[in-house]
Ligand binder design. Structure first.
Ligand code: ADP
Length: 498
């Protein structure tokens, strides 16, 4: 900047700048008056005053203390004196001082943050005080609203007996609500670390469920699992954890937060229900097995008669008995699965031979659908033969059940890289896209006009998917509504290099 440029400046330039600065007022350090020397436009508008009205007046004459709201230790008089004595800047970060709204002429609640800076004279004493104010009403209101909504949320979670938690994935800092300690068997508000909490989760569930859910959540963004918890007093409890993963702007997972609920009571009910189903199914199995045996003996004894009615009747009875037996086995498997007692008995066998046997069994008791499968060569897999038979049988009986009589069913089996893929394609009623992903859930059945007269419980595909998942395989469906469906499962082929 040249010397000319400086001399070009108007004489009162600093006064002009001061007057345009945000919320500033300069007083003389002459207690008790504190005469106002300069004021900015915005300070005037904030305080609904005029320059002529306040310049030259004492600060407390121009702005009497608000007796209702301002506490003694943040009153301007007290602070101005303190600035002179301490020679330090003194801030008042948040105080309430209501001002008159120019339009409505009514007093409005306002919150301010203010600073009081000493300005020293030639004698090195405080000669002036610069008072600056910023309107923080919006921030204060937003903070209050956030606090209120947090306390409302806390009331709601407490009422639902939920505990909330928040895990910082980088620092592993774990923050949770007081109820969490209670859910893990300690008095409410006990200070538990993440290690304490994890040590109370059943070790098998920690390994198989929690860790799996954790890594899945990092991909899907959602966290959900149910695990057993051993309380310090020795009792067994169940908890359900649900949460979401928060990602940063680079899409890296940074936080996980959610809720935990004690579901012990409903789990105990479920276990009782499962025990009942297991017991009832077991009791039904015995008489059914003997009915089946008697039907077979009858069929053998009566075959020389060559009576078409008798042959037909026995075949139909056999079909119904098989249907009932499948259902009972399904319920038994379901209860075994839910109580963690479903064990796999793996053996090496030819899947194509098994498919041929299942087709023969089905053809023996049901006529009407043409099942197409060509045995070409053996494909050996290492799996639980009985369970895989159950899956193929479920796919096939569904293909028959959900198709018109006389329609074709194609079964395929092939090697695909290191997997075996089996498919069962029908020309039946098909499945809408929205239902496809839910078919493998427990008790899920499609709701439609076409399904009205077809009975079932919606457990076959659930069991099939559990069986396949336990073999580390995959199960899925491709279908067009009205244009048939193809159900698939894939299983890893044995590693021949071992
Ligand atoms: P269920 O047949 O006893 O209801 P499943 O678990 O075997 O139980 O099947 C679940 C649901 O999936 C069925 O209720 C039906 O809505 C649908 N589904 C299964 N297989 C087929 C198929 N081949 N074609 C059309 N819908 C099917």
């Amino acid at each position: 900047m040249s010397v000319d440029a400086v001399t070009d400046l108007p004489e009162n330039i600093f006064q002009l700048i001061f007057e345009k600065s945000p919320g500033s007022l300069l007083v003389k350090a002459n207690p008790p008056y504190f005469t106002i020397l300069a004021v900015s436009d915005s300070y005037l508008s904030i305080t609904s005053s005029t320059r002529e009205g306040i310049i030259g007046k004492g600060f407390f004459e121009a702005f009497p203390d608000d007796k209702v709201y301002i506490e003694e230790n943040i009153r301007a008089r007290h602070i101005f004196n303190k600035v002179i004595v301490t020679r330090q800047k003194i801030d008042v970060p948040n105080y309430r001082f209501d001002v008159i709204n120019e339009k409505t002429k009514e007093k409005e609640i306002h919150f301010w943050s203010c600073g009081n800076t000493p300005i020293f004279g030639a004698d090195n004493n405080v000669a002036y005080i610069l008072n600056t104010v910023v309107d923080i009403t919006e921030e204060v209101n937003a903070k209050e609203a956030a606090l209120e909504s947090e306390s409302r949320l806390r009331l709601a979670t407490d009422a639902a007996e939920l505990a909330t938690w928040d895990l910082d994935l980088e620092t592993q800092t774990f923050v949770y609500s007081p109820r969490l300690a209670e859910i893990f068997g300690s008095p409410v508000c006990t200070d538990l670390s993440l290690i304490d909490i994890r040590s109370r989760i059943n070790p098998d569930d920690m390994q198989n469920i929690v860790m799996k859910a954790y890594f899945e959540a990092l991909v899907t963004g959602n966290y959900l699992y149910e695990v057993r918890v051993n309380w310090p007093n020795g009792s067994l409890h169940w908890v359900r954890t649900q949460g979401v993963v928060i990602k940063d702007e680079k899409k890296r997972p940074v936080r996980m937060l959610g809720t935990i609920l004690d579901i012990t009571e409903s789990k105990r009910d479920e276990i009782r229900k499962n025990d009942f189903i297991a017991m009832a199914s077991h009791e039904l199995k015995t008489p059914l097995t003997s009915i089946k045996a008697y039907l077979q003996i009858l069929a053998k004894k009566l075959s020389p008669l060559q009576d078409t009615f008798v042959t037909n009747a026995l075949m139909k009875a056999g079909y119904q008995v098989n249907k009932m037996s499948d259902l009972i086995h399904g319920f038994l498997d379901l209860s075994k699965l839910e109580s963690g007692k479903l064990q796999l008995q793996e053996q090496l066998f030819d899947i194509n031979k098994l498919i041929t046997d299942v087709i023969a069994d089905i053809n023996a008791v049901s006529v009407g659908n043409y099942i197409k499968f060509k045995y070409r060569e053996p494909i050996f897999i290492n799996a639980d033969k009985e369970k895989i038979e159950q899956v193929i049988s479920n796919f096939l009986s569904n293909a028959i059940k959900y198709s018109d009589k006389g329609s074709k069913i194609h079964i395929g089996s092939k090697k695909d890289e290191s997997n075996l893929v089996v498919s069962v394609a029908d020309e039946g009623i098909g499945i809408k896209l929205k239902d496809q992903e839910k078919l493998f859930q427990r008790f899920y059945r499609v709701e439609s006009e076409k399904m009205k007269n077809i009975s079932g419980f919606g457990i076959g595909l659930y069991l099939a998917s559990e069986i396949i998942l336990r073999h580390k395989g995959r199960i899925w469906v491709e279908s067009d509504d009205n244009a048939g469906s193809t159900f698939y499962f894939s299983l890893p082929l044995p590693d021949v290099s071992k």
